[in-house]
Design a protein around this ligand. Structure first.
Ligand code: ASP
Length: 325
């Protein structure tokens, strides 16, 4: 049946010329001149035309539902076009609940369509190739950008303007699109999908804060957090450390809500039992913080919020981070 393309907004849809209005999914698709040679039918649908920084969890889950239905109805795969700013988070959220073997390929653009060397058409073409590639089946949600294929689980936006803005610092790309052929080099570990049927009110209430630790941080921002939030992700120094003076405040919070420890470095995992000073990973785990493993702070926040919205008990949350972190 071909591919369903769901358009969400972002730079790929901002014409950047006198046209003014956002481009529709059909217009984005029409600009991909080589698509006709592929012989793949692309049915474009417009979903939420907003900058990706304004997307909500609920909207992303809606998109996954539409995409999943399209596959159930016969689509070979689905392409989502959106802004790049939150692509690393939306792709991971989609990946956590994606129920099919058919690829869900997310992409966007760093240059507006009217700019010289606009990258949107090439990214869409590569994403359509990935969405229909037998090699990409079973790999979950994938970010296709600059002819690279990244696992939603690992991908980061690592540059604010470059057309090579996406990288997977801890793992590398899973594959490449070379001479129009999708070459998958690695298969990401897959887990049972979590339920996408999340009660919207519970989702709205499942607020998860993100605290990035910094030099001489006294944690004043965390004051009263247990009254406004249901969970916290800490982006700690290096292997998962915080100033010693912050440790007891985090431990107290961990008595009231799940607090997940991650690294602010951008790649690698937190440790579990190598250092023991106050504020070290061993100390924080002893105080009840949950080890985020290799999950970066943004992805840990996505997982924790989805679990809390689903009403997961603490033991389930610990288990989820142990297996997916
Ligand atoms: N601010 C835009 C967005 O994320 C950037 C982009 O699309 O690249 O919606």
């Amino acid at each position: 049946m071909g591919v369903v393309l769901l358009a969400l907004g972002g730079t790929i849809s901002v014409p950047g010329d006198s046209r003014g209005a956002r481009l529709s999914g059909a217009e984005i698709t029409a600009a991909v001149l080589d698509l006709a040679d592929l012989g793949v039918g692309v049915e474009a649908r417009d979903v939420h035309a907003v900058p990706s920084g304004s997307l909500t969890f609920a909207q992303v889950l809606d998109v996954v539902e539409i995409a999943a239905r399209a596959v159930t109805e016969g689509a070979d795969g689905v392409v989502v076009t959106q802004g790049t700013d939150t692509l690393e988070e939306t792709a991971f959220l989609a990946d956590l609940v994606w129920p099919h073997d058919a690829p869900l390929a997310l992409t966007g653009a760093m240059r507006q369509p009217a700019m010289a060397g606009a990258d949107g058409p090439a990214n869409v073409l590569a994403a359509v190739r990935v969405a229909t590639a037998r090699e990409a089946r079973g790999a979950g949600a994938l970010v296709v950008f600059n002819d690279e294929v990244h696992a939603a689980r690992w991908v980061r936006k690592t540059h604010s303007t470059s057309t090579a803005a996406f990288a997977s610092p801890s793992a590398g790309p899973l594959g490449h699109v070379v001479e129009g052929r999708v070459r998958m080099l690695l298969a990401p570990p897959r887990h049972e999908p979590l339920s996408a049927e999340v009660d919207r009110e519970r989702l709205a209430a499942a607020r998860v804060a993100l605290h990035v630790v910094a030099l001489d941080d006294d944690g004043a921002q965390l004051q009263g957090l247990d009254r406004t939030h249901r969970g916290l992700v800490v982006a700690g120094f290096g292997v998962g450390h915080v100033p010693g003076a912050l440790a007891s405040r985090l431990g107290t919070l961990a008595e009231h809500m799940p607090v997940v420890l991650t690294s602010r470095t951008g790649s690698g995992s937190v440790l579990r039992h190598t250092y023991s000073a106050p504020g070290s990973e061993t100390d924080l785990r002893r105080r009840g913080l949950i080890d985020g493993g290799f999950l970066d702070p943004y992805k840990a926040r996505v997982l924790l919020r989805l679990l809390l919205a689903a009403g997961a008990a603490r033991a389930d949350i610990v288990e989820a981070f142990a297996s997916r972190g």
